[in-house]
Design a protein around this ligand. Structure first.
Ligand code: 13P
Ligand code: SF4
Length: 332
């Protein structure tokens, strides 16, 4: 069967289900990977991939992998002509904010995020009217228009450091209510929250962790701060996706459960062969919109370009750059 037909069938299944994992024939996967790596050289392109991308993208075509913070930092350092972001739209926007003169592509512009959709620029203006004088700290999982209304951005890796860097008693932290609640427990700064949440991390429940512990005595549970508080209370460690990798590098646990999106575990199995990982279910449907075929098309057709109106970009960039200044100390 030709690669083209296999891919067309896969696209069809994707449209039906919206959530897919790559299920191409191995030869088709190899051909696509070879094509992408050749195109990257021809086009002087760099591929940035988030930790939730499938292993074929994460291990075989990405030049840089990481959490949102690392991708933002590396985007800022890029010298490539083309930057292809294999992640969700706000990550590609962040790369564009930090590289206004370069071409930034996202292989599927519909790769969104439930947190990014939970708040608008108008909501932020309303919050400012309601809490005059309070600084607005905005999680990077937001559109550029929302970042433009903010004082500073944060990621799950540096949220506590960013909040504390402002030197005030009270801040607004938007849009994830679970991240805000976790940060509130880590600092003496009072946190005003918004109602957003991640539809993937909300699927975990504390009973799953208790069942894992019964099955796997001694297993380490590491949870992402986008999980609800009751889940985080059951975890041994809370951290961003980069924080999870750092913990594994430092401690090499015999068994571990990563309470976050499913590909994170898939990606780390080969890197940490001495750790037995619990398989977790939730998949981010937005991250999975990025496929090898769409990366080929992005590189061949120079699509889909990320553009941000100049006036919004200038203000949003300031919020991201302010975060990177604080983040230079390292992420949690
Ligand atoms: P990280 O920055 O920890 O990788 O998280 C990004 C994200 O979208 C988590 O759902
Ligand atoms: Fe957004 Fe959640 Fe997907 Fe992360 S996992 S990109 S927060 S929907």
């Amino acid at each position: 069967m030709s690669t083209h037909i296999i891919e067309e069938r896969k696209e069809h299944r994707e449209q039906q289900a919206r959530v897919t994992m790559p299920d191409l024939e191995p030869e088709a996967v190899e051909m696509l990977i070879m094509r992408i790596n050749a195109l990257k050289r021809q086009r002087n392109a760099v591929i940035l991939a988030h930790n939730y991308q499938v292993p074929e993208i994460f291990d075989r075509v990405a030049d840089v992998t990481g959490d949102s913070l690392e991708l933002a930092r590396r985007a800022a350092d890029s010298h490539a002509d083309l930057i292809v972001v294999c992640g969700v739209h706000f990550m590609a926007e962040t790369a564009k904010l930090l590289n206004p003169d370069r071409t930034v592509l996202i292989p599927d512009p519909e790769a969104g995020c439930s947190l990014a959709d939970s708040i608008t620029a108008g909501d932020v203006r309303q919050l400012r009217r309601r809490y005059p004088g309070l600084p607005v700290v905005t999680y990077v999982n937001t559109p550029a228009e929302v970042k433009a209304e903010s004082d500073i951005c944060c990621t799950s890796g540096n949220a506590v450091a960013v909040v504390e860097s402002l030197g005030v008693d009270r801040v607004i932290l938007i849009p994830d209510r679970h991240l805000a609640e976790w940060v509130a427990g880590e600092t003496s700064v009072e946190i005003v929250r918004w109602r957003g949440s991640c539809e993937v991390h909300e699927q975990f429940d504390p009973g799953q962790i208790r069942a894992y512990r019964q099955r796997t005595p001694g297993g380490v549970v590491i949870a992402h701060p986008e999980c609800p508080r009751a889940v985080l209370d059951e975890a041994d460690v809370v951290g961003s996706t980069a924080g999870m990798i750092r913990y594994l590098e430092e401690h090499h646990p015999a068994q571990a459960a990563l309470i976050t999106e499913a590909s994170m575990t898939d990606n780390l199995r080969s890197r940490f062969p001495r750790t037995a990982f619990e398989t977790v279910e939730p998949v981010c449907p937005y991250m999975k919109r990025i496929t090898l075929t769409k990366i080929v098309q992005a590189l061949e057709k120079t699509q889909f370009r990320v553009e941000i109106p100049a006036e919004i970009a200038a203000r949003a960039r300031r919020s991201v750059e302010r975060m990177l200044e604080v983040g230079r100390g390292g992420s949690k």
